[in-house]
Design a protein around this ligand. Structure first.
Ligand SMILES: [Zn+2]
Length: 277
């Protein structure tokens, strides 16, 4: 499966910011990045970005790329705005093109439902619109408005990692359900050394330890960034690889100690689980 994630706008797009200065793109790029990392835990998924941190990629360029790459679905991530001062307009809405193609509508419905259940915000429903990214894409394409930047509460939520992750998770859950994605199996046995093996084909050495994994990424730079974040939160962590770049946060001879670490990681908002080799 090939998916294109489209973080709406760019850093310097005029007008697209909240009254307290949050740029729409600051939010949408984070949701896209979290979604891509989450999608890395599924089999046979390739994720492309339509956007760039360097410039506001024109809409035509975004949809051309999606069509050329022949992606299976296109998800455009935005934040809503209404009025010229803080106001009460609120909630989540997801758009499909006016022809209301069935598969597209199903995907939109799943995104909308997951968004509302994970964020707890009001559902404004699935709607149709003649937006460029919906009209000019040849594959199912949806556009989700993840709350209102003109609503003080929702703008504050959008600044948080937790809310950004929830939006990403909602998109990923919807794609996984719509396209029957399968999770990559639990980690395969790893050599006990913290450095990546020079020869991944060498037979694994069993350590008998309870190890804690706190992330898996398709790109090493993302895994490295995750390690830095964990360290800044006081956790020891390093990257190992078996194709994916995985972040290990500890290894213990007693299962209880590994469970304690998982609990502390989860309390800080990290995903974590125990594996053995
Ligand atoms: Zn937008």
């Amino acid at each position: 499966m090939k998916f294109m994630l489209d973080a709406g706008h760019g850093f310097n797009t005029a007008g697209k910011r909240s009254f307290d200065g949050m740029r729409e793109y600051e939010f949408t790029r984070k949701v896209a990045a979290f979604a891509r990392d989450m999608l890395a835990s599924y089999q046979n998924v390739t994720v492309y970005f339509a956007h760039s941190d360097d410039r506001d990629v024109p809409l035509q360029e975004r949809t051309n790329a999606a069509n050329r790459l022949n992606v299976d679905a296109y998800v455009s991530i935005h934040a809503n705005a209404f009025g010229s001062t803080w106001n009460d307009a609120n909630g989540i809405e997801t758009y499909v093109y006016t022809t209301n193609h069935q598969e597209t509508y199903q995907l939109a419905q799943k995104v909308q439902n997951n968004m509302v259940s994970l964020t707890g915000l009001k559902s404004r429903g699935v709607k149709t619109a003649n937006f460029h990214v919906l009209r000019e894409t040849k594959m199912p394409a949806i556009l989700v408005e993840c709350g209102f930047m003109t609503n003080r509460n929702e703008a504050a939520l959008m600044r948080t990692d937790d809310y950004q992750r929830k939006c990403a998770q909602a998109i990923v859950n919807a794609l996984a359900a719509q396209y029957n994605l399968t999770k990559i199996q639990a980690p395969t046995p790893q050599p006990p050394t913290p450095t990546p093996p020079s020869n991944p084909a060498q037979p694994p050495v069993r350590s008998g330890l309870y190890k804690v994994q706190a992330g898996a990424f398709s790109e090493k730079s993302n895994a490295d960034a995750h390690v830095r974040k964990l360290k800044s939160d006081g956790f020891a962590a390093f990257v190992f690889t078996d194709g994916l770049y995985k972040v290990q946060a500890g290894a213990f001879s007693e299962r209880k100690n590994a469970e304690d670490l998982v609990a502390r990681l989860k309390a800080k908002g990290y995903q974590a689980f125990i594996f053995t080799d």
